[in-house]
Structures are given as C-alpha cells and as structure tokens.
Design a protein around this ligand. Sequence first.
Ligand code: FES
Ligand code: FES
Length: 168
Amino acid sequence: MDKANDAGLYRLECEINETPITIDVLPSRRLLGVLRDELALTGTKRSCELGRCGACMVLLDGKPVNACLAMAYQCAGARITTIEGIGNPETGLDPVQQAFLEEGGFQCGYCTPGMVVSAKALLAENPSPTDAEIEEALSGNICRCTGYASILRAIRRAIESGKGRRHD
Ligand code: FES
Ligand code: FES
C-alpha cells in the first residue's frame, strides 16, 4: 500500500463489474464495506464478517473471495465482479441465476448472491463438475435454514443445459 494521500486515505483504483473505479478510502477499509457503503452495491451481503458464511462472496480476477476479508488496498488493479455484474433483471439474468430461479435454489436474499458467485467461479473453472466438486465449491457458503438440495439441483441444471457459462 503506497498511495495514502495527505488525508490519510488510500486511493483504490480497480475495475468493478467492468467499470473502472477510483475511490479514496481509509486504509483500514475492507472491500465489503467499500462495495456496500461507498458504491451502493448491496447485492454483496454482510453477515458474519469473519470469512465463514460466504454471503459476501465476489470474484477477484475470476477467483471467489470473501469481500469481508479482503482489504481494499489488496484490490488495487484487480477485476472485481459482484452479483450485480453477473446479471440483473435489466441486463438479463445469467443462466446460472435462471437455473436457481427455475429449481428453487433462490431461497433467501442473504445466501443466494454468494452461492451464485461461487457457482459461477466453479463453472468457469470446471464446466462439468461432479457432485462432490460442486459440494466442495459451495463449502464456504453457509445456509442456516433451508438446506442445499435446491441449490445443488439448480447448479446441476445449469450444467446439464450447457449453460453454466455466460455466452455459451
Ligand atoms: S460476511 Fe464475509 S464470509 Fe460472512
Ligand atoms: S441462509 Fe439463505 S436460504 Fe438459508
């Protein structure tokens, strides 16, 4: 971190959902806070803030990371994708999101964004994962209430329809 200005703020320059961003933040700021509080990207959820629940999952240069654990300065020059950059009703839903809707995998607003982000990361890396690989990929995403059956069905549906990846 070498960009603290006279006000003690760190100038973060990165790309979020394909848009270049420059923002001055406290050096102690985490990515989750910057996304939600400064940039109003509230699809990324704040829950445990300890890296245990996966509600805050985003893609950092294509890899899933917990935004609550990533310091803003660690994101310099990175390409960040939040759930808003994966798809929304205006731009169109991503096929994985569509499969979540069709299979009832969209269970609550807290865990779903992180589940979708983790599923996207998995399918980008491995378009034909086994059930065990799907479960492993979702192991960092905790559902405290409903369970995983619909979520697993949704991911399998996205795989089976060959729609795991956008633009397929
Ligand atoms: S809020 Fe980040 S892992 Fe729970
Ligand atoms: S935490 Fe979202 S459905 Fe259980």
